[in-house]
Design a protein around this ligand. Structure first.
Ligand code: FAD
Length: 403
């Protein structure tokens, strides 16, 4: 073991080079605050996860010069539907009616790796030392003036020190564990499978939009269209192990319930994941602040996790910039109150409703849910309210009113 000890300093140390850590890093860098991002992977982290960018997130990312690049790599979906599969019994929502609320009145379907690559490229151009890849954050210590992270890069020990530490290190956050705060909530009973396939479903099924939530006789599934793939999501059958659910035969069987073809479906990736609804009591303790999945988890139904985390990042950066300009650090407690409110009252609540609605198997209850959505659409004010809620426009506004 090499016993060299290196010390690296920046104004703000960020653990985690996922979407939340990198957006935080870029926003602070562009405001003249130095950062170092510690990332365990040896390159931008590429697991297929988020693909939905909501309108206000694109408005925010525009400030960093990122949205146009994401749009180049993604596919706009102005309309989305909730529908009985292969029937005309459906509700189609049109985000175009939000054109007075946002510069991006659509959902963008674009894999989260694009954001990670774009943000890290800009960041490294500004400062080639601002991301430390292949580096595992291990312990955190702090005093009244600063905070330090001991980390390992290969065989090398490095201490990263700064004024503030942002824990953007995801669901298994070591920063959260260091704070010793409970991550309260629950794990949902059914997990979810997400398949990226190159199969051109749009050539076989009429009236597909970029975002589709379907109920079929004995199951339900979602279909999202990115620039390169269709992403199909569903709960695996109850009696299957994770390995069985991801077995190629099983995947082919599931996809052939959507369209029957003679050959196999081309599978680009297949993942299975648990779904949680969890939140920390406070997003801040001392000099350590949590953001994104390290602070809150929700069902991906509705596409809110990454979006909510990016909203955390912007809110937090706004407070940190003011603190570096002389404001009181009590602003970080305001950040915690505001973003906890958004996570609990909007994001978790709506994604929980989506989770239940989408997995409903009882036909009568499905009809009731669809009729409720149809009723919303008939009333202009209710329709606007619903679209503002499901695209997180009202979540941002409601959170900013919290004192
Ligand atoms: C299949 C799927 C689909 C989803 N779809 C959507 C969607 O459409 N829209 C949406 O908004 N959300 C979606 N989500 C949720 C979204 O992916 C997450 O909310 C988002 O990735 C959270 O970003 P983050 O930066 O907080 O954490 P992460 O993306 O988990 O990033 C954390 C980073 O920290 C690094 N790290 C962890 N520990 C350490 C350590 N000790 N030292 C150094 N580095 C460390 C990791 O390597 C990682 O790069 C989806 C999730 C899944 C699983």
């Amino acid at each position: 073991m090499n016993n060299t000890f290196l010390e690296k300093k920046a104004d703000v140390i960020i653990i985690g080079g996922g979407p939340v850590g990198l957006v935080t890093a870029l926003k602070l860098t562009l405001s003249g605050i130095s950062v170092i991002v510690i990332e365990i992977s040896d390159k931008p982290y590429a697991e297929p996860r988020a693909s939905t960018f909501h309108p206000p997130t694109l408005d925010l990312l525009d400030q960093l010069g990122i949205s146009s690049k994401l749009i180049e790599n993604g596919r706009k979906s102005k309309k989305w539907q909730f529908s009985f599969f292969n029937s005309e019994n459906k509700v189609v929502f049109d985000l175009g009616i939000l054109s007075n609320d946002t510069n991006h009145p659509y959902r963008l379907q674009c894999e989260q790796i694009n954001l990670i690559k774009i943000a890290s490229t800009i960041l490294l151009k500004k400062n080639s030392e601002s991301i430390s890849y292949n580096t595992r954050a291990i312990t955190i210590s702090e005093n009244t003036q600063s905070v330090s992270v001991k980390a390992m890069k290969g065989e090398e020990n490095i201490t990263f020190s700064g004024k503030w530490l942002v824990g953007a290190d995801g669901a298994n956050s070591m920063a959260r564990k260091h704070l010793n705060v409970k991550f309260e909530g629950k794990t949902y009973p059914s997990s979810s499978v997400s398949i990226n396939t190159t199969f051109p479903f749009h050539d076989y099924i009429n009236n597909l939009y970029g975002v589709n939530y379907f109920w079929s006789e004995d199951w339900s599934f979602s279909m999202f269209r990115t620039k390169s793939f269709w992403r199909v999501g569903y709960s695996p059958q109850k009696n299957l192990s994770d390995k069985e659910a991801l077995n190629d035969k099983n995947i082919q069987d599931r996809l052939s319930k959507i369209v029957q073809i003679e050959n196999r479906f081309g599978i680009q990736s297949a993942v299975i994941y648990r779904i949680h609804k969890r939140i920390v009591k406070s997003f801040r303790k001392g000099r350590v602040i949590l953001a994104g999945d390290s602070a809150h988890l929700n069902s991906p139904s509705g596409g809110f996790g990454m979006n909510g985390g990016i909203h955390d990042a912007f809110n937090l950066c706004d407070k940190l910039i003011r603190i570096f300009n002389g404001s009181s650090d009590s602003l970080l407690d305001l950040y915690s109150r505001q973003r906890k409110y958004a996570a609990v009252s909007d994001i978790q609540e709506t994604s929980d409703q989506n989770y239940k609605k989408h997995r409903e198997k009882n036909h009568k209850k499905r009809l009731e849910a669809l009729n409720e959505l149809k009723k919303i659409k008939e009333n202009k004010e209710e329709y606007l309210k619903y679209l503002r809620k499901t695209s997180l426009i009202s979540s941002l506004k409601d959170a900013s009113r919290i004192k």
